[in-house]
Design a binder for this molecule. Structure first.
Ligand SMILES: O=P(O)(O)OC[C@H]1O[C@H](O[C@H]2O[C@H](CO)[C@@H](O)[C@H](O)[C@H]2O)[C@H](O)[C@@H](O)[C@@H]1O
Ligand SMILES: O=c1ccn([C@@H]2O[C@H](COP(=O)(O)OP(=O)(O)O)[C@@H](O)[C@H]2O)c(=O)[nH]1
Length: 732
């Protein structure tokens, strides 16, 4: 794997005495990527943090580093200018006004090309290249053009803004096009992914189905780009280990003593950035002191504000503003023996950060907008004593997961003040209850889960272990609580193992018995969603009566009615006849190829051929049918190519089923590429389960039909006990 990011894990530094050294780079991107790269066998391409210096590739702490040089002017135009004074404020809700300069854009283009070329040189044939963050949004497209063999992923660490803001960018189309060069575009929050797909629809008119964007290629083929959220995290174990180290615990005590052992130590840790809401936090604290709701005798605030982007205008202004505010507040409120705010304009190593976290009773994260905010997760991970209170802005990505924090709107100063007081006065039992829940959440999604889930989606090639992953159990429990639940299931490869003769496919005994239990539960519907013709589905699935059926990718429906809904027009009937002639003649010429009649089309099966021979037959069919009947829908499955006179897919089928059942939550499981259309229409509270390998928009994955049966049985258990509890409640 090759990782490409503007930042490398280390910056080159020259001391005042001329000594040179490599120092850990600032920011959460490095915190997240470093453990991933130490565990992976690959190269990390990036900039060394200094201008006009060329470095040879080198090894640092087990990671292969490939430096990309930047000139002084590029640092000013591409990094400080376009990245941090155009994109950064624009993507963070225009908290500061973005500057638009054409020379900055030109430099962004040049530098992005340099990174793409470096990645193209470093990557082996067919390798995975994972590009990171807003500084390099053009790299995916450039790289795809240079190296079409590569699998390309992109992850955006910062928010993606709503269209009304994004559309201000003069280069809005170029940036989107750059990103769509990737196979998977990842975001921190589902809202970011939604903003991105909306922008794609508005600016390009491409079809998007949930997490899937259909990008048309030059030859009429469609490339599917998955755009969804993958919340980044930290190496939880390494923070836990540090938090248990006696020397670091002793250092935490020393910090408290140094502060005069106040009753409450509050902590803020941020890069000195206007997105972090430091001024709002100070204002709230200052007012609490001025109004005597808090006293400096009891409470002190430690504010680490690590230096960041110090030559960019708004950052210089922010430093002046914050330091003026700290100076005033301390001048007004501190006493000889008690300082209100310990302000530290420094960058600390990891060990010292952990000591700060251990020393702090209350952690204040009051960002006005933040992609994730790893500091919040680090604080929680380090609280091995299950104590401490996290006050967390709802505008930080981490608030999606850390719901048991005291969630605040930092613009609401009164609300923030109340939350600070609540945190300080919170009874120990409640502190522990909340912290335990937060720690569980952080442990459920570590940085290796984050990278595995992104790379698994990207390559679809990861080996899928047997059994039900813990994350799926949690999600099943969640959907089991739905008011009205629809469980929609593909048949072949999902409920029934694949067999050579389709008419011999049968659902596993476990799946059948779980389905019977599910349909007996209140407000619970089960549906089969298949590409098979309905008559064939009925024959192999032999479904219990109340199971809803859709066949032929949603062309045929049987919904609580013995009648099958399907009505082809005369024109469609004629198209079917012409299609039959073309495909039959192709099948007649190649041994092992056959045609299956479907209600609204035909499927050409090639699974008895070798992969290259099958692909050649499919290419031929595509081109002959394309010339004679260009308006038909073509769909590719596993060793099968389908042509339909009616444009419908499993996503449409699922939408119909949702309408019919009025379901508030949907669980969809499927193994084939055609199931991706169904995953595409799921919403963030739904559950998508991909069976086996392959690129997918589903957020969960299991190995095969055996696991599907197990998951359905678990769902029946969870929902059954919920229903029983409700019944007990209402009979009391
Ligand atoms: O490289 P710098 O210009 O010095 O800035 C430091 C990094 O800041 C940003 O970090 C983001 O990534 C974190 C991890 O995903 C996330 O928690 C945080 O909310 C983001 O702001 C930036 O995105 C990185 O590219 C910078 O390296
Ligand atoms: O003096 C400092 C201040 C911060 N950090 C680290 O910098 C990262 C900040 O990441 P976050 O996602 O919170 O914000 P970002 O700076 O990336 O916007 C965290 O891992 C902190 O532990 C650090 O090592 N030393």
């Amino acid at each position: 794997m090759v990782v490409v990011s503007n930042r490398l894990p280390v910056d080159h530094e020259v001391g005042p005495d001329g000594t040179q050294r490599w120092r850990t780079s600032p920011g959460g991107l490095v915190t997240a990527l470093e453990p991933v790269m130490r565990a992976a066998d690959g190269a990390w391409i990036g900039w060394t943090g200094v201008a006009d210096k060329e470095f040879e590739p080198f090894e640092n702490d087990g990671i292969s580093i490939v430096p990309v040089p930047l000139s002084g002017e590029e640092v000013e135009y591409y990094y400080e200018g376009f990245s941090n004074d155009t994109l950064w404020p624009l993507y963070h809700d225009v908290i500061a006004p973005p500057s638009f300069h054409r020379e900055w854009w030109d430099s962004y283009l040049v530098v992005n090309r340099r990174f793409a070329e470096a990645a193209a040189r470093a990557a082996a044939f067919g390798a995975v290249v994972w590009v990171h963050d807003y500084q390099l949004q053009l790299v995916p497209r450039m790289l795809r053009e240079l190296r079409p063999d590569l699998v390309i992923g992109f992850f955006n660490h910062i928010p993606f803004p709503p269209y009304g803001i994004y559309s201000q960018l003069p280069w809005r189309k170029q940036i989107l096009d750059g990103l769509l060069g990737a196979d998977v575009v990842g975001f921190q929050r589902s809202a970011d992914a939604g903003n991105f797909t909306r922008a794609v629809r508005r600016l390009f008119g491409y079809t998007t189905r949930g997490a899937v964007v259909e990008v048309p290629g030059d030859g009429g083929e469609v490339r599917r780009v998955v755009a969804r959220n993958f919340p980044v995290s930290i190496d939880v174990d390494s923070f836990v280990q540090l938090a248990k180290r006696p020397d670091i615990r002793a250092r935490a005590r020393e910090i408290r003593e140094g502060l005069g052992n106040p009753e409450t130590v509050m902590l803020g840790v941020d890069r000195l950035d206007y997105t972090k809401g430091i001024a709002h936090r100070l204002k709230a604290f200052g007012e609490l002191l001025a109004q005597h709701r808090l006293s400096v005798e009891d409470v002190t605030l430690v504010q680490v504000a690590s230096p960041s982007r110090e030559r960019v205008g708004p950052y210089m202004a922010l430093r002046d503003e914050i330091e003026l505010q700290v100076g005033r507040l301390n001048g007004d409120q501190s006493t000889i023996s008690h300082t209100a705010i310990s302000y530290l304009h420094q960058a600390y190593p990891r060990e010292e950060m952990v000591a700060f976290y251990l020393a702090a009773d209350v952690m204040l994260v009051t960002a006005l907008r933040d992609g994730m905010n790893l500091v919040a997760k680090e604080y929680v991970a380090c609280r091995v004593d299950n104590d401490g209170v996290l006050v967390l802005s709802e505008f930080a990505g981490s608030s999606d997961e850390l719901k048991q924090a005291l969630l605040i709107n930092p613009h609401d100063i009164e609300g923030l003040k109340d939350a600070i007081v609540t945190a300080i006065e919170m009874p120990p039992a409640e502190r522990r209850r909340r912290m335990r829940a937060l720690r569980k959440k952080v442990q459920e999604n570590t940085v290796s889960d984050w990278s595995a889930s992104f790379l698994d989606t990207l390559t679809g090639r990861a080996t899928v272990p047997a059994g039900i992953p813990e994350t799926l159990v949690t999600k099943l429990r969640e959907v089991a609580a739905a008011e009205r639940l629809l469980i929609a299931l593909d048949f072949d490869g999902t409920l029934a193992p694949h067999v050579d003769r389709p008419e011999e496919a049968r659902a596993s005994v476990g799946a059948r018995s779980a389905i019977k239990r599910l349909i007996a539960l209140p407000e619970t519907r089960v549906a089969f969603v298949s590409g098979r013709a309905l008559v064939s589905l009925q024959q192999v699935a032999d479904p219990p009566e109340s199971v809803l059926l859709t066949g032929s990718h949603g062309v045929e429906l049987q919904l609580d009615n013995p009648e099958v809904t399907l009505d082809l027009l005369d024109r469609e009937m004629q198209q079917l006849e012409r299609l039959a002639v073309i495909l039959e003649s192709i099948a007649a010429r190649t041994e092992g190829v056959w045609v299956e009649r479907k209600p609204a089309g035909f499927a050409l099966h090639t699974r008895l051929l070798t992969r290259p021979a099958g692909q050649a037959v499919q290419r031929n069919a595509r081109s002959q049918v394309g010339a004679a009947l260009p308006e038909l829908t073509v769909r590719e499955g596993k060793n099968v190519l389908e042509f339909a006179v009616r444009d419908s897919n499993k996503g449409d089928a699922l939408v119909r089923l949702k309408e019919h059942t009025g379901a508030s939550v949907v669980f969809y499981a499927g193994d084939d590429v055609t199931d991706e259309d169904a995953f595409g229409v799921l919403e963030s509270h739904d559950l998508g389960l991909k069976i086996g390998q392959g690129i997918t928009a589903a957020s969960n994955r299991v190995r095969g039909p055996e696991e599907v049966a197990e998951a359905l049985a678990l769902l029946a258990d969870f929902r059954g006990s919920q229903a029983a509890a409700l019944l007990r409640g209402s009979s009391r």
